[in-house]
Structures are given as structure tokens and as C-alpha cells.
Design a protein around this ligand. Structure first.
Ligand code: NOJ
Ligand code: CA
Length: 560
């Protein structure tokens, strides 16, 4: 008997709306300046009202917190700053009671150097299974073709360990030694940790840094067949024991290189679409749909049970690893003129400041996020238009406390402001006195209300999560137009036409919709009928940065 999950539909992730948050940043219940599980539980109603259906929790395990918890020192416990295992269980229960699923992190490429495995490995005899939990070498000249990821801090992927008298391999910070998947003990331990959380009822796993699991000399040490074998092994273990769970691949790779992480439907059910994201920002700034249509043309088909994970921003820098040098220069000029806005070659800013707090642009980007083929992933605070703090180190500028109201510490914590894990945003545009949940809830025209409406609308139409996708090719490239379509059980079709004006000026567009002649487009936000489609080009005019979602209803359809 497989262990059941909280979701009953095995493909639930296709229609999910995922909300990414860090427990540390969300709500502090005990006044120590650090968000915790009891605090998060007290905000579950907020998330339910927002309409999201799955919470992605950033790492909450015991950790020295030198990489915000991605440096794990114990896989099977909760960091005491955030609460206890029982608190986590109460949170999980509270989420499930609200029909919200929970995704956590499975960070298996590396551990903290403070993990007992690493402490033991350094002391253990060379060649012993304890030592071989990690990747050691007498020289730092192996795996020369592997790139360095944290270019601002690391000069090499090898660090000398005086105790072990050997170099150890780390694809990220030097305090994050990589686990050695050539040692069967590693897989055993990883599966144990995974079962610990899945047994408790966790619904999904984000597979951190999954492209780097195995190293081989003479290769880039990314996406190796041996790495895919590891992923398949983990998936098989899940399928054997658990129902209705999923794995999400974090592989910052080209679409062609990400595609194998879906396997034949036997690796990850979901993978982030990394290359799409910077191209959405390019298209917006260039007022040209080409960067988007181009990357979508390079995106291969994926198995039926699989899904792309789409996002505009997350807890990391806006990565530019997958754009050309010219495009990177362009993105830096357009979006991060001040060098403080950059880290590791990417851009460490939040959504609202990236688009100069322009409401039209924020809505336009979210309309794409919610209507492109895939599952949308929102980053906490972006639903209220939170700002960032580029004067904080590393990626902390986009990890500041959630802004709940205009009280002390933005209602996040009752502590002395000096005690907060990070300062709240206080500038005159994005500061918590102006941008906060309470104010936006009482303002019917706030971004928060708009987001709630859009999420609710998306959830009414199966086509967004599960339907096919095709571009129309209007002559005016400032306008992006695409069709989503799905056949319903009764043979009829749910068809949605999305049209988005990427320009800061009004634009006309003529669309060839002759294949739909006779159909009546209905604007979905207001349920407003538009002129019937004929053989002739269908002409629309769009205000700056505006978009339409139009349901194409067959002639004489009764409004639902
Ligand atoms: C990817 C995570 O998103 C990032 O925050 C972290 O620093 C690296 N993995 C290393 O764990
Ligand atoms: Ca606390």
C-alpha cells in the first residue's frame, strides 16, 4: 500500500499555484526577531485567501546559516530558531486542512561542513566509506572543466582540508562540501532523509542543485548520465512507497539540457524554466516579443505527466547564466545600473523595483506568469509589491521581513528593531509604512486585490495548467499573442486567447483567428463579450502594458 498524500489528484501540481517563502522571513511569534512555524501558522489564512494552493518552504533545517539554510547540518530536524518538529507538523496539518500542499527542499548535492558526516569524513581513513561520503582529491587539478557558480566569493571548486590532508570538492561555497554519489552509503542516507519528511506527509520536494550531483573528469560535471541515474533512483523510491507526490528539478540549464530531468516521465515531474525568465524581462524592456517567442521555440515538448515551473523572481539573484554576453550587458544596463544591484553575474532585486514600481508592468508580467504553459510560482512579498535593500550582502536584499502592516517592524515581529534577522524595508517608496498587507487589504484597487482576483480567475480554467500552447504571429511584434486550448471530457474545447502589449504606448494588433470564425471572445475578468470572430483579421487595440484574456466561446454558447 502506498502512503497517501493530502492531494487526491495525482497530477495536482499541474494546476497548482505555488508560493515560495522562508519561515524566517514570514512571521515571528515569540519576539526574537526571527520568523518561526507558529508565526507562519498564524498567517495560513492569509495565504488561503490569496488563493495559492502549495507552499514552497525554503530550507528550515539545522544549519550554520551561511547560505540561508542551504548549508544543512542535520537533514531530519527543524532549526530551533524556527521552532520544533512538532511545530512543523502543526504547520503541515494547518496547511493541509486548508487544502494547501507543502513542498520542502531536498538539498543533496552538498551539506554544511558542520554536518556530522563531514566532520567524521575528515578524520576517517582515506578510502573508507565514512571518508568517501564526500569527494576528495590529492590535487585541485581534477574536474577543471566545471564552472564556478559563486564567482563573487569562490576562486576554485576545491578547498584544502588540513585534517584530511586532501582537497574536497564543492560546487558552491567552500563551506558546502559536495556529497559523493559514487558511494552507495550516500544514496542510502539521502533516501532515509527523504522518507522522514514524506512519511510525515510532505507533498513535494524541490531538488536543489540537481545538475551537479556527480562529477567526472573531462566533463562540465553537469547533467551527467550518472546524475540522471541518481534522480531516477530517487523517483523510483518515491513511486514505490508514496502516492501523489512530486519532485521539482532546480537545474539552471538550457531547455534542451533540462528536458532530460523529466526523463520518460520517470525523473522529476516538474522543472523550473530558467531561460524563460530573463527573456520575459528583455521582451518587456525591448518592447519586442521576440526574446519570448524565441526561447519558447527552443523549449522541447515534455511528457504528459510533467510540467514546467514558471517564476518571475525568487530568493536568488535573477540569474543571467543562460543569456548571451550581449544580452547580459543589456540586462545589466536595463535592470541593474548600480553595481550594488548585482551578484554572481545576476541581478539581486525584487519584481516591483525591477520594473520601476510601474503597476502596469507588474500586472503584465504576472498575467504572463499566470497564463504561460506551466505552474506559476510566486515569491513572497511580490504580491504586495515589496521592494528590496541592495545595501545588504549576498542575496539578503530580497529576503527581508514580510510587510504585514505599518506597525513596528512591519507587524512581522514585536522585537527591538535592532534584533531583526534583517532590517525591514523602510525607504519612502517600498517601505512598510506604504507597502503592507493590511493597507492593501483595505484598498480595493491594490496590487494584492488584483493578484487575488487573477489567481482566482486562473483557477477557474483548467486550460492554463493543463492545456496546449501556441503563438499567433501578428505583424506588430510589440504585442505578444498566444492560444491555450484543452479538450474537455464532453469533447468541447476550453480555448483562451491571451494578448499582451509589451509597449509603454498604446498598440493596435491584427490577429489571424480565421480558424475560429464564428466564435465569440469573452473578456474573462469582466465577462464582457467582444465582437464575433470572422474570416477577416481580428483587430484589437491595447492600452500601454495592457493585456486581454479572452475565452473563445463557440457560436451561440450559453454563458457559464
Ligand atoms: C540553489 C539555491 O536556490 C541557492 O539559494 C543556494 O545558494 C544554492 N542552491 C546552493 O545550495
Ligand atoms: Ca521567532
Amino acid at each position: 500500500m502506498k502512503k497517501p498524500a493530502s492531494a487526491t489528484d495525482p497530477l495536482w501540481y499541474k494546476s497548482a499555484i505555488i508560493y515560495e517563502l522562508h519561515v524566517r522571513a514570514f512571521s515571528d511569534s515569540n519576539g526574537d526577531g526571527i520568523g518561526d512555524f507558529p508565526g507562519l501558522i498564524s498567517r495560513l489564512d492569509y495565504l488561503q485567501d490569496l488563493g495559492i494552493t502549495c507552499i514552497w518552504l525554503l530550507p528550515f533545517f539545522p544549519s550554520p546559516l551561511r547560505d540561508d539554510g542551504y548549508d544543512i547540518s542535520n537533514y531530519v530536524d527543524v532549526n530551533p530558531s524556527y521552532g520544533t518538529l512538532d511545530d512543523f507538523k502543526s504547520f503541515l496539518k494547518g496547511a493541509h486542512q486548508r487544502n494547501i500542499q507543502v513542498m520542502i527542499e531536498l538539498v543533496i548535492n552538498h551539506t554544511s561542513d558542520q554536518h556530522p558526516w563531514f566532520k567524521a569524513a575528515r578524520m576517517a581513513p582515506a578510502g573508507s566509506p565514512q571518508r568517501e561520503m564526500y569527494v576528495w582529491s590529492k590535487t585541485d587539478q581534477l574536474y577543471k572543466d566545471a564552472s564556478i557558480i559563486f564567482t563573487d566569493t569562490e576562486k576554485s571548486n576545491w578547498t584544502w582540508d588540513e585534517t584530511a590532508k586532501a582537497f574536497y570538492w564543492h560546487r558552491f561555497f567552500s563551506h558546502q562540501p559536495d556529497l559523493n554519489f559514487d558511494n552507495p552509503l550516500v544514496m542510502e542516507e539521502v533516501l532515509k532523509a527523504m522518507r522522514f519528511w514524506l512519511d510525515m506527509g510532505v507533498d513535494a520536494l524541490r531538488m536543489d542543485a540537481i545538475a551537479y550531483l556527480v562529477e567526472r573528469d573531462g566533463t562540465s560535471c553537469q547533467n551527467l548520465p550518472e546524475t540522471h541515474a541518481v534522480v531516477k533512483r530517487i523517483r523510483a523510491a518515491i513511486d514505490a512507497e508514496y502516492a501523489n507526490r512530486f519532485m521539482l528539478a532546480e537545474a539552471n540549464e538550457s531547455p534542451a539540457d533540462v528536458r532530460p530531468y523529466f526523463g520518460d516521465g520517470d525523473e522529476c515531474q516538474m522543472a523550473f524554466h530558467f531561460p524563460l525568465m530573463p527573456r520575459i524581462y528583455m521582451a518587456l524592456r525591448q518592447e519586442d516579443s521576440l526574446p519570448i517567442t524565441d526561447v519558447m521555440a527552443q523549449t522541447p515538448a515534455i511528457p504528459d505527466n510533467c510540467q514546467w515551473g514558471l517564476f518571475l523572481r525568487n530568493h536568488d539573484e535573477l540569474t543571467l547564466a543562460l543569456v548571451s554576453e550581449d544580452e547580459r550587458d543589456y540586462m545589466h544596463i536595463a535592470y541593474s545600473n548600480d553595481p550594488r544591484m548585482r551578484v554572481n553575474g545576476g541581478i539581486r532585486r525584487r519584481l516591483a523595483p525591477l520594473v520601476d514600481n510601474n503597476r502596469g508592468r507588474i500586472e503584465l508580467l504576472n498575467s504572463l506568469l499566470l497564463s504561460f504553459p506551466g505552474t506559476p510560482i510566486l515569491y513572497y512579498g511580490d504580491e504586495i509589491g515589496m521592494g528590496d535593500n541592495i545595501y545588504l550582502g549576498d542575496r539578503n536584499g530580497v529576503r527581508t521581513p514580510m510587510q504585514w502592516n505599518s506597525d513596528r517592524n512591519a507587524g512581522f515581529s514585536r522585537c527591538d528593531p535592532a534584533r531583526l534577522y534583517l532590517p525591514v524595508v523602510m525607504d519612502p517608496i517600498y517601505g512598510y509604512q506604504v507597502v503592507n498587507v493590511e493597507a492593501e487589504l483595505s484598498d480595493q484597487s491594490s496590487l494584492l486585490h488584483w493578484m487575488r482576483k487573477m489567481i482566482a480567475l486562473r483557477k477557474l480554467f483548467q486550460v492554463f495548467g493543463c492545456g496546449s500552447f501556441s503563438f499567433l504571429k501578428p505583424a506588430n511584434r510589440k504585442v505578444l499573442a498566444y492560444l491555450r486550448d484543452i479538450e474537455r471530457g464532453d469533447g468541447s474545447h476550453e480555448t483562451v486567447l491571451c494578448v499582451a502589449n509589451l509597449s509603454r504606448f498604446a498598440q493596435p494588433v491584427a490577429l489571424d483567428l480565421s480558424a475560429y470564425r464564428g466564435a465569440e471572445p469573452v473578456e474573462m475578468l469582466g465577462y464582457v463579450p467582444f465582437p464575433t470572430i470572422t474570416e477577416a483579421p481580428y483587430v484589437l487595440t491595447l492600452a500601454p502594458y495592457s493585456f486581454f484574456w479572452l475565452e473563445l466561446q463557440p457560436p451561440n454558447a450559453k454563458p457559464a
